[in-house]
Write a protein that binds this ligand. Structure first.
Ligand code: FES
Length: 111
């Protein structure tokens, strides 16, 4: 099967901190948080599903990113909320690494 999805370069690998997050905006102004956890890169929408704050300012730990405002953690793979007060998931995106380039497919995986 041929690849029909569009991939957008959003960052270089070196810009994403170890066990940390980088908030970016795509050309169409979609806020995305790129997260590095245990050697893997994940992409989620950079907006908490509880209130409109940036997840990229939160802590990364054990496959999750924690919202800094009220402490809900979101699964990096599925975007699911692990604990209250957030109850809704955040959208996630597929990530592809090409050399030093980090590319995302802007089709949301879980919407
Ligand atoms: S704004 Fe993120 S948990 Fe409340």
């Amino acid at each position: 099967m041929s690849e029909t999805r569009a991939w957008t370069k959003v960052a270089e690998l070196g810009e994403i901190p170890e066990e940390g997050a980088l908030g970016i905006e795509t050309d169409d102004e979609t806020p995305i948080v790129l997260v590095r956890n245990e050697g893997e890169i994940f992409a989620l929408r950079d907006v908490c599903s509880h209130a409109e704050v940036r997840l990229s300012e939160g802590e990364v730990e054990d496959g999750t990113i924690e919202c800094w405002l009220h402490g809900s953690c979101f699964d990096l793979r599925s975007g699911a909320s692990i604990n209250p007060p957030a109850t809704q998931p955040v959208p996630t995106y597929d990530v592809k690494i090409d050399g030093d380039d980090v590319l995302v497919s802007l089709d949301e995986k879980n919407s």
